[in-house]
Design a protein around this ligand. Structure first.
Ligand code: FE2
Length: 230
């Protein structure tokens, strides 16, 4: 069990828990396990240059800074939680550490899944790929799936639109993750993640512009990355 698997399994409700049927954690396609399972997580480097079509440089820079905050808070919470456990503490303060750990760890991982699949030179879906055959078998067509996924991403509230696969059955499902620590469908693998917290789009699209943002993201999804997660 590599470090990502171990910590993903430990974090209550953490996104990606137990999702390693092919030896790759979600979002870990270019990440390397460390030999020290207690080493801090390092913020992944995502270079969006002067911005992406539909997502400005400033918005992306702010968003990456927010992501780095999740990474640093995850590291701090892992240290604090483990220290409390080694001291035999288990009271309300430790319970709050666990809730926060689920929130921060999942926020870290969801951002990695999101950023990793964004590209200015995104590959279009490969109709012959098993993922797209599964999408067509489930929703009837890619366009029908996207309509349902887009509706998921534009639900009232702040959160994440996610396309999940249950490795136990191969079933695909669209999901809405609102609070990171309450991410649902334990064991399901996140194939595609779209951040629809307001910080992801308000700067460029305004508070009422989420649907336009989601449509812009559609053209940035690098399906080579998504298909590799399948
Ligand atoms: Fe975000």
């Amino acid at each position: 069990m590599d470090r990502r698997t171990l910590l993903g399994t430990l974090a209550a409700g953490a996104v990606g828990a137990g999702l390693h049927a092919k030896g790759l954690g979600p979002g870990a396609t270019d990440a390397k396990p460390t030999e020290n399972p207690l080493a801090d997580y390092a913020a992944r480097a995502f270079d969006f240059g002067t911005g992406l079509p539909g997502l400005g440089k400033e918005l992306l820079a702010e968003h990456l800074a927010l992501y780095k905050g999740y990474v640093s808070r995850t590291n701090a919470l892992l240290r604090d939680t483990l220290a409390a456990e080694r001291e035999g503490k288990a009271g309300p303060a430790v319970q709050e550490l666990r809730r926060r750990l689920g929130f921060e760890f999942s926020g870290m991982r969801l951002h990695e899944l999101y950023f990793e699949a964004l590209s200015a030179s995104a590959a279009t879906p490969s109709a012959s790929h098993p993922l797209h055959q599964a999408i067509a078998a489930t929703w009837g067509s890619f366009d029908a799936w996207w309509a349902a996924f887009r509706a998921t991403c534009t639900m009232t509230g702040i959160g994440w639109g996610v396309l999940l696969k249950d490795p136990a059955t191969g079933r695909l499902m669209n999901a809405w993750f609102q609070d990171h620590e309450n991410a649902v469908a334990v064991g399901a693998q996140a194939l595609l993640v779209v951040d629809v917290w307001e910080h992801a789009y308000v700067r460029d699209y305004g508070a009422t512009g989420r649907a336009k943002y989601v449509d812009a993201v559609k053209s940035l999804i690098d399906w080579r990355v998504v298909e590799k997660r399948f």
